[in-house]
Design a binder for this molecule. Structure first.
Ligand SMILES: Nc1ncnc2c1ncn2[C@@H]1O[C@H](COP(=O)(O)OP(=O)(O)OP(=O)(O)O)[C@@H](O)[C@H]1O
Length: 326
């Protein structure tokens, strides 16, 4: 069976700046594939190249079997898009928006009514089909966009940050639809997110940082690869605690978010030893299995949140320099 997405050395440069640095990637037909990374990592740029919205400056990619540079129309006919900014006509009804899209994509008339009903039912909007979109909440609009993206039965559905800006309840309902979709349709879903918890729902994820894929596997395998549980302890004397941890157990600890933090291979076996042998009072202890944030941390040395904060900082200081130069 052909792969849903295949990229080889895919690259996008803006002048000197390499937004995407020659990535290799294969997405299997039928999987939910997530692209995870901090703001500015290159996720949207990659997805835009795969959707033929921007042209690569190097490498190649095929989507649904078609080349994104030389067979752009064929790629477009076989994909659905849901992007961050809404492109719905809010003065029209939900159904009208979908019918316009169907015309654009040449959905056969004989199939349209059934298809319209099935996608609107899938996202729970069949009863609201005749309402104007401007009366819809943010979550309903996003669901309608997902329905629209599916209307022409695409082979690959691209979702760029499908839940950004939505409240937690709406986010989880969007995810319910995405998972149901995978059961109901013969489709591959390729999405970007910077929410760790959402990446957990994907069959496989690629973690992206500074234009490169730094890890690619199932969420479980990536977390298992970290190999260490994270232990956090609160004490009255952090430097003494760090020294004791090093001399007694040979672990290297640091202070993170106000607690002494370190990794050990088997957290639940380590904690009883800690209480038995540790020379200082322990006020609180917390043990956690590795998260995807720990995966990111182990590859890049910083958390996704820190990476985003530092890229925002870089942006602010370059804006400041630009302003100063005026
Ligand atoms: N048209 C452009 N010209 C110059 N630089 C660009 C352009 N588009 C994107 N970039 C830069 O490319 C880098 C990657 O951007 P991209 O939007 O792909 O990141 P992202 O991972 O999708 O982040 P976000 O979640 O914020 O969209 C960023 O540093 C961005 O500033």
């Amino acid at each position: 069976m052909e792969q849903a997405v295949e990229a080889v050395g895919l690259e996008k440069r803006y002048g000197e700046f390499e937004a995407v640095r020659g990535i290799d990637l294969t997405v299997r037909t039928g999987e939910i594939f997530g692209f995870l990374g901090p703001n500015g990592a290159g996720k949207s740029t990659t997805i835009s190249m795969l959707c033929t919205l921007i042209r690569p400056t190097g490498g190649s990619a095929r989507v649904a079997g078609f080349d994104v540079t030389t067979q752009r129309d064929a790629v477009r006919r076989h994909i659905g898009l849901v992007f961050q900014d809404t492109t719905l006509d809010t003065y029209l009804s939900a159904e009208r928006n979908l019918r316009l899209h169907a015309e654009l994509y040449g959905v056969p008339r004989g199939l349209l009514d059934d298809r319209l009903r099935s996608v609107l039912e899938m996202v729970g909007l069949w009863d609201r089909r005749s309402h104007k979109v401007r009366t819809f909440s943010g979550g309903m609009k996003r669901r309608l966009e997902i329905a629209r993206g599916l209307l022409h039965s695409p082979r690959v559905l691209f979702l760029d940050e499908p839940t950004v800006g939505l409240d937690p309840q709406t986010r989880s309902s969007i995810w319910r639809y995405i998972r149901e979709l995978k059961e109901a349709e013969d489709i591959t879903i390729f999405l970007t997110t910077h929410y760790m918890d959402e990446a957990e729902y994907c069959d496989r994820i690629a973690i992206m940082d500074s234009g490169q894929i730094i890890a690619l596997d199932t969420p479980e395998a990536l977390k298992a690869g970290v190999g260490l549980d994270r232990v956090r302890i609160e004490t009255d004397d952090h430097p003494a605690a760090i020294a004791a941890l090093s001399s007694l157990f040979g672990v290297t600890a640091t202070v993170s978010e106000g607690a002494v933090t370190f990794g050990v291979p088997n957290g639940e076996h380590f904690v009883p030893r800690l209480f038995a042998e540790f020379p200082l009072p322990i006020r609180a202890v917390n043990v956690a299995r590795p998260s995807l944030d720990d995966v990111f941390l182990s590859y890049t040395g910083s958390t996704i949140r820190d990476a985003e904060a530092s890229s925002a900082e870089k942006f602010r200081s370059s804006a400041f320099v630009r302003m100063g130069r005026r």
